[in-house]
Design a protein around this ligand. Structure first.
Ligand SMILES: NC(=O)c1ccc[n+]([C@@H]2O[C@H](COP(=O)([O-])OP(=O)(O)OC[C@H]3O[C@@H](n4cnc5c(N)ncnc54)[C@H](O)[C@@H]3O)[C@@H](O)[C@H]2O)c1
Length: 283
């Protein structure tokens, strides 16, 4: 992609560090932004560990690892994003925070630079309305874990231009991903279908229908899912699952999307899945 050399990634959590990893490995320069140095340190430690795994498997060489890491410039300073040719936002799934972030990047990114959000469920049209360039705002929904999963759901907001859509599709392909386009509705396709299934699996546990291991084994052995819904919820993060269910429930207004009370209780207790060491399973 001759016109895109430097990608700004905002948020170095589960998804942001995966996006930075894949984009740096694909030859792009990365400006990785997070709010505190310790989150950047954690992101770089995770990327290093995941690259080590790729070296051990023979997928990349030790030199590829060193080059990839050297492509990533961590920063806590938004103004560094002025050098980005394309920006991908991956901060927490709350409308208020995403709105603030998009207002801020819109001021800093050069005119013409596309601002993509990795949101799982928040309206791209609403996020775009916080900027003066709604035609250049688009959803670029990567799947977790980013270095492994092939899909990127491309979400077109009401005002997203064809040019923005085409450039974003090309960038996804340059990252070795397969882009699939959908229109902007709550949860898009992926989480509109996936999250109610996970939520229902949590209801099964809460109501004593079966223990987590049994629920997951039934979906693995009976439906050929590679991972059970509760193990997947732990991988995604229970806080992220709750945020998405809240969006589906509020935006679509149908009680079938009400978050399971057990999910809420686990999030209140700080049991967020893999990232906190405890979810439906211990890590
Ligand atoms: N976890 C998943 O499986 C998954 C999959 C697809 C999409 N998503 C979406 O990706 C986004 C990020 O999710 P995650 O799981 O990586 O969350 P996370 O909590 O692991 O990481 C969020 C990161 O954003 C940082 N952050 C918070 N406010 C910020 C700000 N104002 N500026 C810069 N950085 C800020 C946090 O410090 C943290 O490092 C969410 O929109 C989520 O819905 C998540």
């Amino acid at each position: 992609m001759p016109d895109i050399k430097t990608i700004g990634v905002i948020g170095g959590g589960t998804m942001g560090n995966g996006i930075a990893h894949v984009a740096a490995r694909s030859g792009f320069k990365i400006i990785l932004h997070d709010i505190e140095q310790r989150f950047l340190d954690r992101a770089l430690a995770t990327i290093t560990k995941n690259l080590d795994r790729e070296v051990a498997k023979g997928k990349i060489t030790a030199n590829d690892k060193a080059v990839t890491l050297s492509q990533i410039a961590p920063t806590t300073n938004y103004s560094a994003l002025a050098d980005a040719d394309f920006v991908i936002e991956a901060v927490v799934e709350t409308v208020d925070i995403k709105s603030k972030v998009f207002r801020a990047i819109d001021e800093i990114a050069r005119p013409g630079v596309i601002l993509a959000s990795n949101t799982s469920s928040i309206s791209i049209t609403r996020i775009a309305s916080k900027t003066k360039r709604p035609d250049k705002v688009i959803g670029m929904h990567f799947m977790n874990p980013v270095p492994i999963m092939t899909l990127v759901e491309i979400v077109r907001g009401l005002e997203t231009s064809d040019e923005t859509r085409q450039t974003t599709n090309r960038l996804a392909a340059a990252l070795g991903k397969i882009p699939i386009e959908v229109n902007d509705y709550p949860g898009f396709v992926s989480n509109r279908v996936l999250m109610p299934m996970i939520n229902e699996a949590i209801f099964c546990v809460m109501e004593g229908v079966a223990a987590p291991e049994a629920v997951d084994s039934i979906m693995k052995l009976g439906m050929n899912h590679p991972l059970g819904p509760l193990a997947l919820a732990d991988l995604i993060g229970l806080d992220v699952c709750l945020d998405i269910m809240e969006v589906l429930h509020t935006e679509l207004g149908d009680p079938k999307y009400r978050p399971c009370p057990l999910l809420r209780k686990m999030v209140d207790a700080g049991q967020l899945g893999r990232k906190s060491g405890q979810g439906f399973y211990k890590y």
